[in-house]
Design a protein around this ligand. Structure first.
Ligand SMILES: C[S@@+](CC[C@H](N)C(=O)[O-])C[C@H]1O[C@@H](n2cnc3c(N)ncnc32)[C@H](O)[C@@H]1O
Length: 300
């Protein structure tokens, strides 16, 4: 089934393309020209949302822009190759893969998010060259769906441990903006015990190591794995989710290559005077990390 999204129970393993359809020389990392490559060389990235992006927190509380997914997919894959998003949410990675003629599969625990991803794909321009699939399944079960060394890029934004699993206080917002429609809402995806967003940081890191450890054999050697996470504040302490994830993924064989900062200052709402005058705290919403790992090549 080409150029379409499926949310029903798919075959295992999935029937999906994995091979390049471009004419690039074999050693090239991507289809970019030298000039296009140069644009991605700076380690701080900014993006704008577009009309197709999901910004309504009622639909999904934590999406990234299509432009972010596109930058990563263009940088780390060739046309026709397979992208995997183990925590696909509203399907942003899949929409970008459709735009860029990459095959892609995304997994999410929540049927509503899988349906949202499927609807978004249905609203895209049809393209028979590649397939993008949203599957409702636990990320722990992904190895049953994909053959070893079939994936050219893992790109994802996982849950942030249990840090969204609490009532929002909107401390970073000023005055009247604080009591907006999100105030005192719990913007967590679900209370399903399999949901990584219900776990305290240590248990979360352990589970993430297990999940990403099982995904490593699916990656081609030297294929990249890009994980988007912020740090967060919890009872006046910085929760360094990015450090926990770097340690977790290293412990199961990934090598950290780059840390890119996603500078969000151009898209955040008006910021409050957080901590003034006695407690200097950088606001978590002003930037996030893009942790770029790869599967190390076989020695020798
Ligand atoms: C930060 S969101 C991803 C958002 C996505 N990047 C987007 O732009 O829409 C993380 C997602 O992980 C999903 N999730 C949590 N635990 C999961 C699990 N064990 N297996 C698969 N998905 C899970 C949640 O339902 C949520 O949609």
């Amino acid at each position: 089934m080409h150029g379409a999204a499926r949310s029903t129970e798919p075959d295992r393993p999935l029937q999906i393309g994995t091979e390049r359809t471009c004419e690039c020389p074999p050693r090239h990392l991507n289809c970019l020209s030298a000039k296009e490559w140069l644009k991605a060389q700076i380690g701080v990235w900014q993006f704008y949302y577009e009309g197709r992006d999901i910004r309504d927190k009622e639909q999904h509380p934590a999406t990234y822009p299509i432009a972010l997914a596109s930058r990563c997919i263009e940088l780390f894959t060739h046309r026709g190759e397979l992208v995997l998003d183990p925590f696909v949410g509203s399907g942003t990675t899949l929409v970008s893969a459709r735009d860029l003629q990459r095959n892609a599969v995304g997994f999410d625990l929540q049927p509503d998010y899988v349906a949202l991803a499927t609807t978004r794909l249905d609203q895209c321009e049809p393209d028979d060259a590649c397939q993008q699939v949203a599957v409702c399944a636990d990320a722990r079960d992904i190895p049953a769906y994909l053959p070893e060394e079939s994936v050219s890029l893992i790109l994802t934004s996982p849950p942030y441990a249990n840090l969204l699993n609490r009532k929002r206080l909107n401390k970073s917002r000023r005055g009247n903006q604080r009591r907006n429609t999100q105030y005192h809402k719990v913007e967590q995806y679900s209370q399903d015990p399999r949901d990584l967003g219900t776990l305290a940081l240590d248990e979360y890191a352990e589970q993430m190591a297990g999940i990403f450890g099982r995904l490593l054999p699916l990656l081609r050697p030297k294929a990249h794995c890009v994980v988007n996470v912020p740090d967060m504040w919890w009872e006046d302490r910085r929760i360094t989710i990015h450090i926990s994830l770097v340690e977790a993924l290293r412990s199961v064989g990934y090598e950290l290559r780059n840390i890119i900062i996603w500078d969000r200052t151009n898209i955040v709402n008006r910021i409050g005077i957080f901590g003034w005058p006695s407690n200097y705290i950088t606001m978590g919403v002003t930037f996030e990390y893009l942790l770029d790992f790869w599967k190390p090549p076989e020695p020798g």
